[in-house]
Design a protein around this ligand. Structure first.
Ligand SMILES: *Cc1c(COP(=O)(O)O)cnc(C)c1O
Length: 376
């Protein structure tokens, strides 16, 4: 029996930069500035240069969910405020709306691909307005690592007179039209959860914005709504800082992210070459690049393919088995007249295959061979 093949490999980078990371950790332990220490500002600056758009500021925070909460608070979401988001996403996208007392309204994803559909946002807004609701914002998600269509979505946001937020928890490092994620929307959030394209050794997150005033508000919100200092409280904030230790770990990891993204591109291209004609592989727009947080295929016989792969010692996952409008905690938010057919169709057909920068060709060939046999 050959070795088990995992979906991701959070330790893969250790051979390459493990010693450097351990040295960084030791430095932080020794200097003792564990809250908002110098590595936090250093990492924020490194992320700003990585994105490469001089006007974009990077603001570290405790995790990708808090990043969404901080961003929506800065954008002005208040109790009862309505935010349109995809039904096909991780729960944090809608949870952050609800935690501020807002109301998520679920819209569908594109007819091909997995990202929020501008057409569906228009329909959802119409249904919400007919129900007497005013739309405050749209939260798009770069599902599985591919940026949503921010040009189209920004046009809809303009029509509706609302804000647009990018939940880029899965897409840090991805690009569209030569611009990096972080510079594709006025406000973007990401996550450094270990299994994300850029992961730390615990929880971490970041907010990107080119709006100078909102950046100042977020700096205040993440430290208890501080004014001149945290004992001067000018607004109601929260405790949502990025740990110095996590920033120190992320610095060397950011240094190899471009290499890791290239390795993920290579794995994706090998899957595409072998599986493209057999099942529905993830498409890429001409001017887009995914961070490949997941490599997700669409296949009719999903459950039997997954069972066969599991039998062969290959890990797969279903993201997401239950869309948000079917979740017990969220189904009461669903407005019945909004068509979520594409989300529901995907739910029983998506399968994420092993994808990480350290996958060996032999391992990937085994995955491919098992998939081909299973769909055969
Ligand atoms: C992971 C994720 C989040 C939340 O990030 P955490 O750091 O785990 O809080 C939010 N949105 C999406 C789409 C995610 O995949």
């Amino acid at each position: 029996m050959s070795d088990r093949i995992g979906l991701a490999d959070v330790l893969g980078h250790r051979d390459r930069i493990g010693a450097e990371i351990d040295r960084k950790i030791a430095e932080v332990v020794a200097h003792g500035k564990w809250i908002m220490g110098p590595e936090v500002a250093e990492f924020e600056a490194a992320c700003e240069s990585f994105i490469g758009s001089p006007e974009v500021q990077a603001l570290g925070c405790s995790n990708g969910t808090d990043a969404l909460v901080l961003a929506m608070q800065a954008l002005g979401l208040q109790r009862g405020g309505v935010v349109i988001c995809p039904a096909f996403t991780f729960v944090a996208t809608a949870e952050s709306v609800v935690s501020l007392g807002g109301v998520p309204v679920f819209a569908d994803v594109e007819p091909t691909g997995f990202n929020l559909s501008a057409e569906s946002v228009r329909q959802a807004a119409k249904v919400a307005q007919d129900a007497g609701l005013t739309v405050d914002g749209i939260c798009a998600v770069d599902l599985f690592g591919l940026p949503a269509d921010y040009e189209q979505l920004a046009a809809v946001a303009d029509e509706l007179g609302c804000w647009l937020l990018a939940d880029a928890a899965q897409s840090f490092g991805a690009e569209h039209g030569g611009k990096r994620v972080g510079a594709l929307a006025t406000m973007t959030t990401t996550s450094f959860f270990p299994a994300k394209p850029l992961g730390c050794y615990g929880d971490g997150g970041m907010i990107f914005t080119d709006d100078v005033e909102m950046a100042e508000v977020i700096r205040s919100l993440r430290v208890h709504g501080k004014g001149t200092d945290k004992y001067d409280n000018v607004r109601i904030g929260q405790n949502s800082r990025l740990d110095t230790l996590q920033a120190a770990i992320l610095l060397p990891k950011l240094g190899i992210l471009d290499d890791e993204l290239a390795a993920r591109d290579r794995v994706a291209a090998r899957y595409e070459a072998a599986l493209g004609g057999v099942l529905t592989t993830p498409g890429l727009p001409d001017n887009g690049r995914s961070a490949w947080a997941q490599y997700t295929v669409v296949v009719e016989e999903r459950d039997s393919v997954q069972a066969a792969l599991s039998e062969a010692g290959i890990a797969t996952a279903v993201y997401y088995p239950k869309p948000l409008h079917w979740q017990s905690g969220y189904k009461h938010f669903h407005l019945e007249d909004i068509d979520l057919a594409r989300t529901e169709w995907l739910t029983s057909r998506v399968l994420s295959l092993p994808m990480h920068p350290y996958m060996k060709d032999e391992q990937q060939d085994r995955v491919i061979a098992e998939v081909l046999t299973a769909v055969g």
